[in-house]
Design a protein around this ligand. Sequence first.
Ligand SMILES: Cc1cc2nc3c(=O)[nH]c(=O)nc-3n(C[C@H](O)[C@H](O)[C@H](O)COP(=O)(O)O)c2cc1C
Length: 158
Amino acid sequence: MATLIIYTSRHGTTQKIAALLSQELKNQPADMVDLRKAKLPDLKDYDQVILGGSIHIGQIQRKLKHFCKNHEAELLTKRLGLYLCFMLEDKAKEEFHNAYSESLRVHATALGMFGGEFLFEKMNTLEQMIMRKATHETESVYNIHEEAVDTFISKMNG
Ligand SMILES: Cc1cc2nc3c(=O)[nH]c(=O)nc-3n(C[C@H](O)[C@H](O)[C@H](O)COP(=O)(O)O)c2cc1C
């Protein structure tokens, strides 16, 4: 089964998870495409599609949101996985629901709420200021939910 992983990532966490999924899925490696950078391949060539994005200031990347909207009908014909990186645990469910439409969520084989990372060394000065104010953290924080990633992989491989 040919798999395409489409992701958007600001500081690399969503991309890192895309690379991991690409290695762990059956019939690997899956093709990976960064929605912000690369030309999108033809979805017709894939049976299985995984979408991954991350939350910044309450929203998933606009490009991914537009992609989901514009390709929803075709995505509903694929075996589908949806995942999200975030850091605010109490908002995660709401952020996931805002990121992916109900039709996509209901159709998907696996939904992944993977947590994330605050990578201070990759943030620009403004981002660092926002983060310090919002979280009172001054150093990088790593909080990827590895169990959730494993469960997602098992479901996709099931
Ligand atoms: C400027 C900034 C704003 C963020 N805003 C949110 C937010 O509103 N809600 C949330 O859950 N996480 C937020 N995060 C955390 C990111 O979702 C987290 O760092 C994630 O791992 C980023 O993945 P990426 O590097 O693939 O983009 C924010 C991170 C940054 C740097």
